[in-house]
Design a protein around this ligand. Structure first.
Ligand code: MN
Length: 255
């Protein structure tokens, strides 16, 4: 089990970052520890799990998640068996989910098979926390969660959620959290959807290195600007928003 020694000095939360896709993976872990950014290091294939876990083993802030990215399912569907074997080793699962965007739609039935097995193994083992991708597939993702992962068997964080406001309400009813990144807050429609979410379900993320900021790919420490943007969007102070995110993160991982 990966355990986080989260304490009152934790400052920020990046609940979805691909640390292993940066050239300076080790330096990023050190940066998260130094700057006290609690970070969920998601992975895209179960083959990346052992190395990620090893590198973050002595970190006080980095949690590592076991993943099988929907965009890789076309070539890697058979890795679901490895995923199932490794699932007992961690409480954190991600990146998993469904992607019905034009580039990945062809593998959609395979993605559904994989996601069902992911949810079933999580339900069986219990107490997992999942970071879930749902591009153009929010309704399908929510139906899968409803069908295969009973609320008392696991917690879901919807990452970069861009569903409709109706889909967002359904996700809230299902108990989902939402990790918000800076790109989401650029769209007026998504800003309005985010403002409608219950404050106690909000988390922040970078989805680095897939989002760029001035000078290169976004890093976990950069969530500080997302906290500020989220505060403006939700009409509260930056300080209050930062506290809310920290307290949501604490209750999420508390059990
Ligand atoms: Mn991602």
């Amino acid at each position: 089990m990966t355990e986080l020694s989260i304490d009152s000095s934790t400052h920020l939360v990046d609940f979805h970052c691909h640390l292993d896709l940066y050239p300076d993976h080790m330096e990023l872990i050190a940066e998260c520890d130094r700057e006290r950014v609690a970070t969920l290091a998601v992975t895209t294939t179960p083959k990346a799990w052992p190395r990620n876990r090893e590198l973050a083993a002595s970190s006080s802030q980095v949690l590592v998640a076991l993943g099988l990215h929907p965009q890789l399912v076309a070539e890697r569907e058979d890795e679901i068996s490895l995923f199932e074997r490794l699932a007992l080793e961690t409480r954190y699962i991600g990146e998993v989910g469904l992607d019905a965007g034009p580039r990945f739609y062809r593998s959609f039935s395979a993605q559904e098979r994989v996601f069902e097995r992911v949810l079933r193994v999580c339900a069986e083992q219990g107490e997992k926390i999942l970071s879930v991708h749902s591009i153009r597939a929010a309704t399908k993702v929510l139906s899968h969660i409803e069908q295969y992962l009973p609320r008392e068997r696991g917690k879901v964080v919807l990452h970069w959620f861009t569903g409709t406001s109706i889909e967002a309400s359904r996700a809230v009813e299902l108990g989902c959290y939402f990790s918000i990144n800076s790109e989401m807050l650029r769209s007026p429609r998504h800003r309005a959807m985010v403002a409608q979410l219950p404050t106690d379900r909000l988390l922040t993320e970078t989805d680095g290195p897939f989002i760029m900021r001035k000078g290169g790919p976004i890093r976990p420490v950069d969530v500080i600007s997302t906290v500020a943007e989220l505060a403006v969007n939700n009409r509260t102070s930056e300080q209050d928003m930062r506290q809310v995110i920290l307290s949501n993160f604490t209750s999420l991982i508390a059990g």
